[in-house]
Design a protein around this ligand. Sequence first.
Ligand SMILES: Cc1cc2nc3c(=O)[nH]c(=O)nc-3n(C[C@H](O)[C@H](O)[C@H](O)COP(=O)(O)O)c2cc1C
Length: 409
Amino acid sequence: MTSSGTKTTKTTPLLFTPKKIRELTIRNRIIASPMCQYLSNDGGPNDWHMMHLGRLAIGGCGIVFGEETAVEPNGRKTHACAGLYNNNHVAAYRTLTDMIKRHGATPAIQLGHSGRKGSCHGAMEDWRPLDETDAANGLPPWQVMTPTAKISPPRPIPHKEMDQADINQVINDFRTATKLSIDAGYEIAEIHGAHGYLIHQFLSSTSNQRQDSYGGSLENRMRFAIEVASAVRDLWPKQHPVFFRLSAVDSQGGSWTLSEAVALAKALRDVGIDMIDVSSGGIAGKSNMPMVPRIPAYQASFSGRIRRQANVGTIAVGGITEAQQAEDILQSGDSDMIALARELMWNSDWPAHAAYVLGLDDPFSYLPDGYAHRLRQREEQKKMRINQDEALIEKSLRYFMDDEAPSPQ
Ligand SMILES: Cc1cc2nc3c(=O)[nH]c(=O)nc-3n(C[C@H](O)[C@H](O)[C@H](O)COP(=O)(O)O)c2cc1C
């Protein structure tokens, strides 16, 4: 036992071993995963985002991700989604990154484009497509773009099938958003290539049936993803990392396989992507591919396969809730880092609590200094004789409760 009353371990757990990627050192291996809030104003953040991300930063995460942030207004899912496509947004995002850094975490942005999944309501309305009733209430639907329009789930306004000019424009939008993210102070950029959004729509043959150089073979279906990744990587500071979130498999009714994801990870590694964030699902079709079971750590084995076969760093995410479970994933070599989403909404100080559970000498050091000071004092108080000796406790309490009782001193 240490002075703080916790078990000591001879070696620091991997979860709390700082991670250096390029020139960036991250204080531990715990990532606050991107979490859409559907509460932005015209793409920009507000008080809510300060509080939401602030909880995660002061709770001890190594990296704090903002939610998926669209690279152009029509690339948002809803009117209330985050976006970074003009200079007016930069100052507001900078207040977030400054705050996250002040609390010892690394600020990260996830850049994305929703493609055919745009023009809808948020999660609480199960992403119901916007229609003319919504237009009457000030939330007009917009035309969404996708690789192959005729096989897309319908929207009230017919889809636009992307031509070469659209593809070039979206890649340019990623470039602009990348530059604005740098100005806003982000130190990690992640490209959202998962969950059935635009990049994933190109990757999966369930959503991509193009006849041109962006469809057909795996190499062709990966082309858009690689072009976006190269564009972002070329602009992002050399000393800072770029991540890519992919769906390792399509899940129910889809067609994208783990072997294809391994091939994509290799190609991304070759254009300088530093870390693959391994998720799954988002594109449904009519195949007999089953749903990915939602067991604890349900995507960690996909991460392990990609890490070993593509020889690239990975992040495990999905159903990770326990400190020892996270440590075991890292120790097994299934990933380099661990991301959590829902557990952090429930318990935003999870990293500090995990440090306690794993026996770090000073788990409170993951919380702000003022909190840590008081919590260390509480641990010390537990060990004082007056708080441990049953007879003394009883005599003391009797002294306070009964005017006639003698002092125990
Ligand atoms: C509220 C919420 C919003 C999410 N938004 C995003 C998002 O913006 N981008 C993304 O890639 N994943 C998003 N996800 C998925 C999470 O990042 C994470 O991969 C998933 O929830 C599995 O991790 P968990 O079991 O720790 O929650 C979201 C999840 C939640 C719960």
